[in-house]
Design a binder for this molecule. Sequence first.
Ligand code: PHE
Length: 336
Amino acid sequence: IKQNGLKEIDASTDVKSLNEIRVQLLGKKGPITQALRGISKLPVEERPVVGSFANTIRDELATAITTKQTELENAKLNAKLAEEKLDVTLPGNQVALGHPHVIQQIIDEIEDIFIGMGYQVLSGPEVEEDHYNFEMMNLPKDHPARDMQDTFYITKEILMRTHTSPMQARSLEKHDFSKGPLKMISPGVVFRRDTDDPTHSHQFHQVEGIMIDKHITMADLKGTLETMTHKLFGDKFKVRLRPSYFPFTEPSVEADITCMNCGGKGCDVCKGSGWIEVLGAGMVHPNVLKMAGVDPKEYGGFAFGVGPDRFAMLKYGVNDIRDFYLDDLRFLSQFD
Ligand code: PHE
């Protein structure tokens, strides 16, 4: 029994068959259990001899099974480990990393500059009320200057904002002047019913800015715009203000900066003048302050709206604004 048993144990190749062998050899119906049961039928003096012999064989077989079982389990574990082995020195798969869109990069830079000057950054709704986009900006329903901004209407009272200026009114309404001046910029997308061409897009970006306190002058406006220009492009760039008209500022100006990428002379973007228009600005109209609940006799200041798309075209010599909106990665990934 012992020899056969050991042979069988040795030959078994998995834990399951080993278990079957265990039941066969050592189980209730196995030969050893049977032999031990039969002891009572033996003469008294033979019982201890046969009993201890049977016990020894049972123990030897049990030990052999346990040893074999450990062996089989180890072999299985090693096989599994070998199969799952990772070579951490193999080169990984290249993951394509994205990056902020070039316009967003410019907006981020503008935000940093103004945060550095103590401004807060707010964002406003792109789907805006006529009330904020026009009326609160001193453009009543019949105002001829509404035609300056070809508007996508959603309903009679709801529209796609044509500029970020409604954020002037929204921030003025909310601001608590007992806590200090209002200094805020608000970047975002705006929409106009323009036909797309190299210099027009029906969707583009603006960064609105407003600063309201006591004793703010146009010199503060010019200084602020100069600081922004110098930090964005470098100290050699000049800012020029030209008289203009907006219903929500009085006086109103358009600001040019000296053209880059063409040595200050002429190029496609600057149309030969050596200057390029980059923003509209002015001193906030008393009506705008009044409508937002601010007393124009006590408070006043400037506002401006800059075009980051223009800045990006200038900075990188891009001649077609539509390139920014066509999602062509060959173009966009240049600005990593
Ligand atoms: N909202 C104006 C535009 O879209 C720009 C502007 C902003 C002008 C603030 C003056 C003051 O053209």
